[in-house]
Design a protein around this ligand. Structure first.
Ligand code: TXA
Ligand code: MG
Length: 368
């Protein structure tokens, strides 16, 4: 048997056995498969599932043993809280103490969707591991039919971080999840490729109704401005001032990173950008590095790198978002040790794309 039920809950499947995968793409079997996965979640197991952003690794948010298993499977630092996923608005009443008028409007406008609201948690509503001891909880309703049906089948809100090993790029396919976690979890619900490709926007509404962006993501600043009168970025996000820690604890960790070392080259002069990249690649090859380029269509050139990948046009950040994490994994799969990247517009989802790219580069950015 792949997953044995023990007195303390599920034990992970053994390393040499393939992880259980429930196919939720076939209409005739999806319902049965989602019901089985929901049953395992209800009993305290941990199961990965698709959302419209990236795959999540779900656990019953009220079950501390299950939530601890999520942290262990990911190798996630315990001070980084998890987002709680709901399928019905009524579930919110038992999670948070009150909902501000602006929060209510944001939910009406953007749920289900890639927006996480950090709100005051009702004491005892979720395991303290979910909130990492904070008095707030991040909640979202994902816009994916499989995710919504699974939450309903489990019968409880699901705490779910992205289903990658901590520090690795987030998974946008079931295969990515299997790569990172297969021997560590009870199963994966396969719903095909995630849509948006970068995670949800995490926000906190201030007392005066202003919206503070703690993590840029699938819902853009402009979209938030259609509901809120004022939208600000958490100063800790820019990483410019050492003494402002990001308010979303997850944002302080080296994240989303490929194994190779990556540098982003920025500049208005496309020729200068290309020239700098060629120079750097040339030197790296001489040092014996295996080189890669992660660029936008406009930055195409004959770089002579071992691998060259495009994120699409620098003016279509939605396309870049949907490709980014898969590209980072492809660079790893080809054993690339030295990566030169270019940048795109920070408009719209471009803010999230550039945030993740810069994290993947460990903040290494050069302006030419
Ligand atoms: O799109 C997403 O949000 C995906 C899918 C699976 O839903 N989930 C996701 O979870 O990205 P995770 O754990 O990888 O990122 C959660 C982020 C972290 O940066 C964490 O610090 C922040 O949300 N967060 C969660 N609860 C918070 C809280 N109470 N206060 C501040 N930040 C919080
Ligand atoms: Mg994550």
């Amino acid at each position: 048997m792949m997953n044995d039920w023990t007195e303390n809950g599920y034990s992970p499947s053994s390393a040499d056995q393939p992880v259980r995968i429930w196919d939720a793409r076939q209409v005739n079997t999806a319902e049965q498969h989602i019901a089985e996965a929901g049953e395992i979640l209800r009993k305290g197991g941990i199961v990965a599932f698709p959302t419209e952003t990236v795959y999540g690794l779900g656990a019953d948010a009220g079950n501390s043993a299950a939530v601890e298993a999520v942290f262990a499977a990911k190798g996630r630092p315990s001070d980084n809280p998890l987002i709680v996923h709901i399928s019905q608005l009524e579930q919110l009443d038992r999670l948070v103490t009150n909902v501000k008028p602006v929060e209510r409007k944001l939910m009406e406008q953007f749920w289900p969707g890639p927006l996480t609201l950090v709100m005051s948690v009702q004491p005892g509503a979720v395991s303290p591991y979910v909130t990492a001891g904070l008095d707030t909880v991040g909640v979202r309703m994902p816009d994916h039919p499989v995710a919504l049906r699974l939450i309903t089948a489990a019968g409880c809100p699901l705490a779910a971080p992205s289903a990658n090993r901590s520090g690795r790029p987030s998974p946008t396919t079931a295969e990515h999840v299997a790569e990172d976690l297969s021997s560590r979890i009870q199963g994966i619900v396969d719903g095909g490729s995630a849509g948006v490709g970068v995670e949800s926007t995490v926000i906190q509404v201030q007392e005066d109704g202003a919206v503070l962006i703690l993590r840029p993501g699938g819902i853009t600043e402009d979209q938030l401005l259609t509901v809120a009168s004022s939208v600000m970025r958490d100063p800790g996000l820019s990483g410019l001032s050492a003494d402002t820690a990001p308010r979303a604890p997850g944002m302080k960790y080296a994240h989303y990173a490929p194994r190779g070392s990556m540098t982003i080259v920025l500049g208005e002069e496309r020729d200068a950008v290309r020239h700098h990249i060629r120079e750097q690649l040339h030197q790296a090859e001489k040092r014996g590095e295996r080189t890669g380029v992660l660029r936008f269509d406009e930055d195409q050139d004959d770089y002579g790198a071992a691998l060259q990948l495009s994120l699409g046009s620098r003016y279509t950040p939605e396309v870049a978002a949907s490709r980014l994490y898969a590209c980072l994994r492809t660079l790893d799969a080809h054993g690339i040790t030295f990566i030169m990247a270019t940048g795109c517009t920070e408009q719209g989802v471009g803010m999230a794309v550039m945030n993740r790219l810069s994290k993947a580069a460990g903040g290494r950015m050069i302006h030419v």
